[in-house]
Design a protein around this ligand. Sequence first.
Ligand code: MRU
Length: 362
Amino acid sequence: MTAEDFRTIWLKPDDPAIVQIIDQRRLPHEYTVHDLRTWQDAATAIADMYVRGAPLIGATAAWGLYLAALEDADPANVQAAAKSLLRSRPTAVNLRWAVERILRIVATPGPDLVQRIRDDAQAICDEDVEISRGIGEHGVALLEEISKRKRGGTVNVLTHCNAGSLATINYGTATAPIYFAQRRGIDVHVWVDETRPRNQGSQLTAWELAASGVPHTLVVDNAGGHLMQHDMVDIVITGTDRTTRCGDVANKIGTYLKALAAHDNDLPFYVALPSTTIDWDSRDGIAEIPIEERDPEEVSHIYGTHDGKPIRVCTTSNNTPVSNYAFDVTPARLVTGLITERGICSASEQGLLGLFPERRGP
Ligand code: MRU
């Protein structure tokens, strides 16, 4: 997964009218490459979670707008596709960021709109790889420090959901410091939260850590507190789908409970994020971040394989009312620090503006 040339989305080499993705719904049982031929395919891939993870959602939307322009390069057509793509998933702000970036190109007069959008979708992907690399380079210092304190003993990281290579273009956000630590010979082990209901932990994070040879152990979502009470966790690192300018963090449902447990056990709770995940227009995450509610069947049913064949099993009685909130917000006061491509800062407006001074008001 950390191979330099690994990518989660790319243009088909012999047919630039097709964008290719890994169908993440089928992992870890099957590695399938899926073709996106229209912007509607891109919207479906985002909404139905063939692709997921904030940076990859943004990149897929950008490539979706390229496909829209290929179909009809009239700016009105691309703008209409943008409107629909924006509705595909509400919480990850990278979607809005990427769509607005491409729409600025659409609004700029110039030759060959298709080529200009294609170049920028590619640039979004290339930049994301560099951003994740930056997060890894800064975040690894935290793991190095713990390793020194433990005189080379195992550094135990707990993570939630998948904020790995699969959620980005390569390297991941929460996983980037882990991959960099592994390269530096630090003895690192990851507790992987299962992450119900879609099991991004058991199906994606465990798969990609295994592919990279990083020691890890899968646990149920509710195990984190117990592990922390028994000194089995040194640091929690998660990703985020949207971080406000004051440092409140939305991430996969259950993240808040990990932060509470870390706080109660005096353990560092860090959030790794690209600057593309910062919503500079919002301050209060609980009041302002839209929380996606998904299909109740994701909770009432689970997917897996039996004798090598995919199966779907209902775990409730038919009439059990179900709700499925996909994300929660961890208030900044519970976040020890934010790991970004420009460095590590406190989860606060002051901390973020220290790293991104261009975002200060006039
Ligand atoms: O519903 P998902 O799988 O898209 O949720 C993903 C997460 O919550 C990730 O932690 C987040 O997008 C950060 S990805 C680098």
